[in-house]
Write a protein that binds this ligand. Structure first.
Ligand SMILES: Nc1ncnc2c1ncn2[C@@H]1O[C@H](COP(=O)(O)OP(=O)(O)OP(=O)(O)O)[C@@H](O)[C@H]1O
Ligand SMILES: [Mg+2]
Length: 324
């Protein structure tokens, strides 16, 4: 659909706000707060944020199942409130979990049922269901009831369901929850294909490695607000820059020496003799490890920072930036 000769964005959200009333005596809750987002056709856009950040609320508004309090949200130029009926066929929606699947029906029956809902005739519906089951690697289980499926298999079926209507825009809310690493890898390939076909994907996830691998851009959301919209490479840099080292059996004097090392941001005491070292410089974990090992510490491990920690650094970075 073109009005000015330029294709509209796949998703365009502007000043989107959703307030949930708190009920008797309780304060209202602002789940989304003047949120802005643009996803272009053929883009895989990641939405990252801690629990309660507002990700699912945004996905629900875009899916036309929840009304915004204020602001606008458009899908391929159509307003999700005023044009909800025209928006729905353009969308493929995948919310994880058990909802929306008929447990007593087989995978094939589920898909054929939805194909019928999308207006496909019997034969076309069969063909589409078979094609999609193949695409998500469930052909061999087509005739098994969904109640016998593992979580990851249900998640694959959700994906197939989301694609029934051949949508231009896919909204995937934590689509890889419950998938094993192999399935998650296959899922990534599937998303690559969807992108190559020119579809837009909005993907919420808690998995920073997944976001880094898959997304063209990543939006960070917290408290209903957009923190930053970034190139996913920034994630990789943050992950390595803020690596952490855990160790036990560390004497106090050694912990003090580690705190003096370059790039060590903090040494937290997490128990008697136990420390957690946070770094804020690429490669800073190495000298920490060396010092611990040389002192005879055997229980040492490294880990990437958590999403919450990455956020804190993002907010910190933003706080230092000069706004124009
Ligand atoms: N129907 C509702 N009524 C009241 N509050 C709600 C409702 N739905 C969501 N909220 C609140 O809105 C905020 C955002 O919730 P949302 O489900 O969008 O978070 P999320 O980013 O998807 O989190 P998660 O990572 O846990 O899935 C939360 O504080 C939540 O409690
Ligand atoms: Mg959610």
């Amino acid at each position: 659909m073109t009005i000015t000769g330029i294709d509209p964005p796949a998703v365009e959200v502007s000043g989107l706000t959703r307030v949930f009333s708190g009920g008797r005596g309780k304060a209202d809750h602002r789940a989304l707060d003047a949120f802005d987002l643009t996803v272009t056709p053929g883009e895989v856009h990641g939405l990252l944020g801690p629990n309660g950040a507002g990700k699912t609320t945004l996905c629900k508004i875009l899916s036309t199942v929840l009304l915004p309090t204020s602001g606008t949200a458009r899908v391929l130029g159509l307003d999700v409130v005023a044009d909800a009926k025209r928006v729905r066929p353009l969308l493929g929606i995948v919310f994880g979990g058990e909802r929306g699947l008929y447990a007593r029906m087989t995978a094939g029956q589920n898909l054929r049922f939805w194909a019928a809902l999308y207006g496909l005739g019997r034969r076309a519906g069969r063909a589409r269901a078979a094609e999609l089951l193949d695409r998500v690697g469930l052909s061999a289980r087509a005739d098994n009831r969904v109640e016998t499926f593992s979580r990851g298999m249900k998640q694959r079926l959700h994906l197939a369901r989301g694609m029934i209507g051949d949508p231009r825009v896919l909204i995937l809310d934590e689509p890889t929850v419950g998938m094993d690493p192999v399935s998650a890898h296959e899922f990534r390939e599937l998303v690559e294909e969807l992108r190559a076909e020119g579809r837009a994907v909005l993907l919420t996830t808690h998995d920073m490695a997944e976001a880094e691998a898959l997304c063209d851009r990543v939006s960070f959301i917290d408290g209903g607000r957009l923190l930053r919209c970034e190139d996913p490479r920034v994630l990789g840099e943050l992950l390595s820059r803020h690596e952490r080292v855990r160790a036990t059996g560390v004497p106090e004097a050694l912990a003090d020496r580690i705190a003096e090392l370059r790039g060590v941001e903090a040494v937290r005491r997490t128990g008697p003799g136990a420390i957690l070292v946070e770094t804020d410089r690429d490669g800073a974990a190495l000298p920490v490890l060396r010092m611990l090992v040389e002192a005879g510490t055997t229980d040492v491990s490294t880990a990437p920072p958590t999403l919450e920690e990455v956020y804190m650094h993002l907010i910190g970075d933003r706080g230092m930036a000069v706004r124009s």
